[in-house]
Write a protein that binds this ligand. Structure first.
Ligand SMILES: NC(=O)c1ccc[n+]([C@@H]2O[C@H](COP(=O)([O-])OP(=O)(O)OC[C@H]3O[C@@H](n4cnc5c(N)ncnc54)[C@H](O)[C@@H]3O)[C@@H](O)[C@H]2O)c1
Ligand SMILES: N[C@@H](CCC=O)C(=O)O
Length: 530
């Protein structure tokens, strides 16, 4: 392992392309969409670089066109899971010895490919596999992915540069070793880029990985695997094992060589993983690092000094972009009574203009929710509100899964600040509004603080600086990402490192030095020169 620093790396966020009709990027993306729709791929398990076809298959379905299957994937069984762990441990021997610049070069190459020749392929896969509009795909599978790869390289460089103090007669050095063992990466369906970073962050620091992608996003996850392969990632550094989550998890998490879990997904699944690790704690060779970014019940506070247009736009985009399936999505809003009539009018006008449908029609603002299970869950929440005396559906509420899993953008108004949809993560296009009396602003902040067990994102809209300061202070533990006069979604790598606490995760800030550090075990070397 050689931690010498030999070159400066610079970072600039990837530019978001516009996809105007007739633009080169639009033509490429449209061609790629047609290509994926007219072909069918068979996705193998990939272990130590070898493709394995188990014959036990799952399907890759387009959520907005739910009779259309664009591929099938082979599911890993116990035997493949154990093989993946063995191959990861084998690959680690050479991977961790490789000069750090060689590791970084592979991820910089992957970024370069994703930024250029692979961009349309990754975006088209994300649009069809996860029903993201071109805009939402662009900020995910192009920009965030590229940013993660490039920014991790910069952060790694900085970490390696951080060395202890030495004296004339003592030379102290810090060697940033990867963890001993293998890392289990488990990714969610909703961001292609998150999957790339869940595997990329441990790998760039010299670890090897067993990767279980979300079953409803195997298609785009496979594209990420192929991207890394194209960039020159050696066999076995990342092992791709789609399949039944519990079967895979139960086998991986009791392995004595497990050195860490890099998870993003729901709170419940993360809690169950932590429990499994706890129950096996005397079985491991090292204490596994547990890193997990999980659910949210993200709030928007609207003070009576807020700008109505900014609030309405923030609520529209924050709650309904990508069908509300961002962990950061605005899902509860506390609005000052005096502003409510004008916000209501403005918001309703905006929501009324929202087009929901196939994301292959570039004029649509929303696509479908990810699958039947999610559709049913969201529908149940809406029906609960429809039948309640404590709430009224102000807008939307219709659900139709005959062609795709479509749910209208839905606005609920409740007179109960602890109404079910004010407290629980729905992960769909549902915003619940609670109106408070202007003079109760401070009490409303306390209410917001005590309403949800999550602590991911939140925002305040106000012109009054004292109101903003109160909010910042009172809600200090409610959000790892707090926004002032902005929506609570859309964090950018390097600008707003992302993650929350409470039941929203371990807050290790994906795409930052803090996260990379979790995959390292420093060794200090003191050399006596006298
Ligand atoms: N905080 C963040 O940064 C962030 C980002 C994206 C998504 N999320 C959260 O993710 C959730 C949505 O994603 P999802 O539906 O894919 O989440 P999920 O929890 O259902 O699944 C996440 C992953 O865990 C796997 N899994 C499920 N049970 C498992 C088990 N017993 N053992 C091992 N793996 C298991 C799944 O197959 C999938 O790969 C939401 O709660 C959202 O808030 C959080
Ligand atoms: N980082 C994204 C959310 C990721 C979770 O789904 C955002 O800030 O909107």
């Amino acid at each position: 392992m050689n931690n010498n620093i030999s070159k400066e790396l610079n970072f600039k966020n990837e530019k978001v392309l516009k996809y105007l009709p007739g633009s080169p990027e639009r033509v490429k993306l449209e061609n790629e969409l047609s290509h994926i729709k007219s072909s069918f791929i068979d996705i193998p398990v990939i272990i130590g670089g070898k493709e394995i076809r188990t014959g036990n298959k799952g399907q890759c379905i387009i959520p907005h066109d739910n009779k259309k299957i664009i591929g099938e994937y082979h599911k890993a069984g116990k035997e493949e899971v154990e093989m993946a762990i063995r191959e990861a441990l084998k690959a680690k021997i050479n991977w961790e010895k490789l000069h750090w610049e060689s590791r970084v070069a592979i991820f910089l190459k992957a970024a370069e490919l994703a930024s250029g020749p692979w961009r349309a392929k990754l975006n088209a896969a994300t649009m069809l596999s996860q029903s993201k509009t071109f805009k939402q795909a662009e900020i995910d599978s192009a920009c965030e992915l590229v940013d993660f790869m490039r920014y991790n390289a910069v952060c790694l460089h900085q970490i390696y540069s951080e060395q202890p103090i030495s004296t004339k007669s003592v030379w102290n050095r810090m060697e940033y070793r990867p963890l001993e063992g293998f890392i289990f990466a488990v990714s969610p369906f909703n961001f292609t880029a998150i999957g790339s970073n869940l595997v990329g962050a441990p790998a760039i620091t010299g670890n090897t990985v067993v990767w279980k992608p979300a079953s409803n996003a195997v298609y785009s996850s496979y594209m990420i695997y192929k991207l890394f392969q194209e960039a020159g990632l050696p066999d076995g550094v990342i092992n791709f094992i789609p399949g039944n989550p519990k079967d895979i998890g139960d086998t991986v998490m009791v392995n004595e060589n497990l050195s860490g879990i890099h998870f993003t997904g729901s709170t419940k699944v993360f809690q169950s993983m932590w429990t499994t690790i706890g129950n096996n704690i005397s079985n491991y060779k090292t204490f596994p690092r547990i890193v997990g970014e999980t659910g949210g019940k993200n709030y928007v506070i609207v003070h009576d000094s807020a700008n109505v247009e900014a609030v309405s736009r923030g609520l529209l985009e924050g709650a309904f972009e990508y069908q509300g399936q961002k962990c950061s999505a605005a899902s509860r809003a506390y609005i000052a009574r005096s502003l409510w009539p004008s916000i209501k009018e403005n918001l309703l006008e905006k929501v009324n203009n929202v087009k929901v449908g196939s994301v292959e029609d570039f004029t649509n603002f929303m696509g479908a929710v990810i699958d039947k299970k999610s559709f049913d869950t969201v529908k149940e929440y809406i029906e609960f509100a429809q039948h309640s005396t404590e709430a009224e559906i102000l807008f939307g509420g219709k659900c139709d899964d005959s062609v795709g899993y479509f749910v209208e953008p839905t606005v609920i108004v409740t007179n109960n600040p602890h109404f079910k949809t004010m407290e629980e993560e729905i992960f769909g296009p549902v915003l619940t509004v609670y109106i408070y009396d202007d003079e109760d602003y401070l009490d409303t902040l306390k209410l917001c603080n005590n309403t949800s067990k999550y602590g991911l994102t939140g925002s305040i809209y106000a012109k009054d600086r004292y109101a903003i300061a109160e909010c910042e202070k009172e809600l200090v533990h409610t959000a790892g990402n707090f926004y002032i006069n902005d929506k609570p979604t859309g964090a950018i790598v390097g600008q707003q490192p992302f993650g929350g606490a409470r039941l929203s995760g371990t807050n290790d800030k994906a795409g930052s030095k803090l996260n990379l550090i979790r995959w390292m075990s420093p060794r200090v070397i003191k050399e006596n020169l006298s």
